[in-house]
Design a protein around this ligand. Structure first.
Ligand SMILES: Cc1cc2c(cc1C)N(C[C@H](O)[C@H](O)[C@H](O)COP(=O)(O)O)c1[nH]c(=O)[nH]c(=O)c1N2
Length: 229
């Protein structure tokens, strides 16, 4: 018996410099988009490539727990926008004083402006009750779904498609509007549409809400809190 099935394993051939740069370029310039969406619909082939990128994400036990509900209907998106507005008002009241004012000044969604909404869900029952790799942490299926979202987000960057993740909802409202079964988890509402410009830095950073932390403060060596190498 051969040690590897050579038909099933391709050789790691390496990336050219330009390909390597392209990967980092997508990562560094990806943005969360709220207000720069162009109204034209996304062509089906573009959407299919984004979903294929998502579907090639890693997943615990290869369970692929995700589903993607594509929402073009303006009526449905208006209902989603109403659900956001309700939750966003509750969120504003959780901040005090000037911070509340600042919060209210932020635009935190583009649900009706973006021509496509993608509700990404996670089905914890997708491959039975005992899942390889999820046996001691049930959240691994949600984490896998987030990996799919990040794949989609990076592929979208390369396609000139902006993505905005909106999470200011009561999950129950989204489930009611979209008819999602009780046992399915809603992981994300993504606003998707072409963009012709993007912020250079996170919009929250540009607007003074919060700045990127220095990486060196986040890296420990050989144990929590140890900054010495
Ligand atoms: C899980 C999760 C949930 C949300 C977000 C992101 C993620 C990962 N983000 C986007 C977030 O604000 C943004 O990623 C950061 O501010 C960094 O900016 P860039 O993504 O680098 O542009 C986000 N943005 C927003 O305007 N409304 C929202 O409800 C959310 N929710």
């Amino acid at each position: 018996m051969r040690p590897f099935d050579e038909d099933a394993m391709s050789v790691a051939s390496g990336f050219s410099l330009a390909e390597r740069e392209a990967v980092y370029h997508a990562i560094m310039t990806r943005r969360d988009v709220r207000s720069q969406f162009l109204p034209e619909p996304l062509p089906d082939d573009v959407v299919e490539r984004l979903l294929t990128a998502a579907h090639h994400a890693p997943s615990v036990g290869f369970m692929q727990p995700w589903n993607f509900i594509l929402v073009k209907s303006p009526t449905v998106r208006a209902r989603i926008r109403d659900a956001f507005a309700k939750a966003n008002e509750e969120a504003a009241l959780m901040f005090e004083g000037e911070r509340r004012q600042a919060y209210r000044s932020l635009k935190l969604e583009g649900i009706t402006e973006a021509p496509l909404g993608i509700c990404v869900t996670c089905d914890p029952t997708r491959s039975g009750s005992v899942v390889l790799g999820r046996t001691h942490n049930p959240r691994m299926d949600s984490y896998s779904t987030v990996c799919a979202i990040q794949n989609l987000w990076l592929a979208a960057r390369a396609e000139g498609v902006g993505i905005g993740w909106v999470s200011i909802f009561h999950e129950a409202d989204l489930k009611t509007i979209l008819g999602i079964p009780e046992h399915i988890e809603v992981v994300a509402w993504l606003c998707a549409g072409f963009v012709d410009r993007l912020y250079d830095q996170p919009e929250l950073s540009v607007k003074g809400w919060r700045q990127r932390l220095p990486l060196e403060e986040l890296v420990f060596h050989d144990g929590w809190g140890r900054s010495e190498r």
